[in-house]
Design a protein around this ligand. Sequence first.
Ligand SMILES: Cc1ncc(C[n+]2csc(CCOP(=O)(O)OP(=O)(O)O)c2C)c(N)n1
Ligand SMILES: [Mg+2]
Length: 795
Amino acid sequence: MAGDIETLRELEKKILWLASWTIHNANHLRENSDGLKVGGHQASSASLATIMTALYLDVLRPQDRVAVKPHASPIFHAIQYLLGRQTQERLQAFRGYQGAQSYPSRTKDADDVDFSTGSVGLGVAQTLFASLTQDYVRAHGWGLDRPEGRMVALVGDAELDEGNIFEALLEGWKQGLRNCWWIIDYNRQSLDQVVREGLWERYEQLFKNFGWDVVIVKYGSLQQATFKEPGGERLRQWIDNCPNQLYSALVFAGGAAWRKRLNDEIGDQGDVTRLIEKRSDDELAALMNNLGGHDLPSVLEAFHAATSDKPTCFICYTVKGFGLPMAGHKDNHAGLMTPVQMEVFRQKMSVREGHEWDKFEGLASPERLQSFLERVPFAVDKARRLNAPAIDVPDNLAVTIQPTMATQTGFGALLNEIGRGDGDFAQRLVTTSPDVTVSTNLGPWVNRRGLFAHEKMADTFKSEHIPSTFNWEFSPQGQHIELGIAENNLFVLLSALGLSHSINGERLLPIGTLYDPFIARGLDALNYACYQDARFILVATPSGITLAGEGGAHQSIAEPLIGLAQDGLAAFEPAYVDELAVILRWAFAYMQKDGDTKPSELNWLRDETGGSVYLRLSTRPVEQIERTMTAELAQQIVDGAYWLRKPGPNAQVVVAYTGAIAPEAIAAVGLMAEDRRDVGLLAVTSADRLNAGWTAAQRARERGLVHARSHIERLLADVPHHCGIVSVLDGHPATLAWLGAVSGHRARALGVEHFGQTGSLAELYRHYGIDANAIVAAAQAIAPGRPIRYLKALP
Ligand SMILES: Cc1ncc(C[n+]2csc(CCOP(=O)(O)OP(=O)(O)O)c2C)c(N)n1
Ligand SMILES: [Mg+2]
């Protein structure tokens, strides 16, 4: 499309205009009643105007997927507007209610965002794992009728300070990354400052070390032509040696400042002087600003030349604020053009007042431009967002329950059973873990299904006949992706696997395992995955101070609250393996749902919309209950709680527990039963879902649906008012502390609030006050009757 370069140039200008105007409109022209700055990033956007024009309007194909640098969102929306995929209303409402989003959002934007961005670094890693996911899908023989796409990240140069990018880079190297482009917007500015000298050299070496091609797009075509003039080589040397700060400052200061500086430093009255003097100030500024990243011919040439599937990093020299009055100024990150500057810019762009939103205002032959846009390869396929039918989930997941068993063991056994199957369900399952596959009990599953790699790799221990419990064989058919120890990578990979139905049109059922405390390590990436509406099951095990011997550095306290608060993630903490089997089966169906957003009248949860699932499991062997799993019990387990022992009319105490602390709760109820009648025992399988249902039902009542009742309200409806509720879990007590507020019962919440230490379970439970005695003492403090006879020596 080289002949179209002039057209692209016109559209590039229009894109810059629309992006700048969108931000201006939001800040200066829209009614703003709350006194807060609206914001937007005119300079960061301008920095990518050329590169994104080249990509979207020429280089990209519909199958390519892009993570756009968050603060270039206005450029993205402007391009989609020109392509007819974004509305003027949404642009006018940019950063406002239901307007185009501040940072591109898969879930909140309506203009075909491939990957959300916002928390810098994560979108970049997402492209790498999306590429790995594409390879995984194709290696399993799915989606081969669709063309292979490139996964492209537009990266801010300071974004590369984020460590998660390097974690991903290393993993990409291990996994044989292909079809991935990272395009660095090398404007040498971050938010606060100008970046260090010579950063590009570190990047170049680094990427090469990891097997990437590196393409440096430094000089624009104007500069390249000038370097061939007499004195040009000297000018090139000067540019190469110019410190970043000075270059930025001179870009900001403009043509006269360039002239003075160049004359002072290399003006020799000879060739270089002639080269400088034959240019006006404006021409000189245009020459010095003509860095590769703002020169359509240069970026197009670089992108089109990269035809191999090798991962490629483009370092494109740019100017932050290019084409705008704040160009190059170190304070320009959040800078906005003033109304006066905008007025000048409007005139320069030949945009008439009142025609600011017109797509082709000020440009010659709109029909030609429109027909060009209709032929843009990226946009010919209207349905870039794909979908895939749900995979049927068996009615029951088989598992042999031992008399005493930990939920983590149960999880391993459940997956092992699934691994025996050969239907679609077992085949679409993919597991991953950051070097804790064996210790989270995925071993039996991996033995059956193998590890994924591009190439077959035998288990040398096996071929050397050395006995091992684990069969570690890699092949393109393997169903486990083994990661290095980097929890950020786990979550971003889950984010990529969990979007496969939408990105690749092929559904995967991803399960990731890690130790519960290390959720915190990748929490932002987990949040990111949920924000994008990726679908996965997270199995976090082991957990809590129940890790006993591992001590405070490995024990988790706050994670149940994360489960409660994290949007898009339904959290469960079962105590028994039959509960786990029910929850896991439900999770496989839930993660595939994509329906109605209205809450169900049953539990006031929005189950039809689906989401991801977090299972907090334990290594503590717990005596199992022999029982028949009725449909009603299964429903209650999924809804979040059931009565293990329903309180009678004379009950004074209810104990509500979650997870592996069940034996302590049961023991406490046994102790109390000596003196109290009808003590209730509530098994809480999901504080998260109980709480969500409760708040939703309250809201529904406040909006007039007077009969709305949540599951927990129904469960507690018959509990006498004088009854006290003691809640207990191996986690932060606030997780269940709200139970008393549901029907106005006095409540005492037990749990863990301080870093744990090593010790036996009995010692630790006693120390943190979550053992049977502590439960009894808490009941005594809040429940009527105050019998004390059974109290053993309290600490
Ligand atoms: C994780 C995270 N930390 C901080 C920020 C705030 N922030 C937004 S942009 C930015 C600097 C970006 O600089 P660069 O990547 O070079 O982009 P440029 O604006 O120069 O194009 C910062 C610190 C963020 N969005 N995400
Ligand atoms: Mg920058």
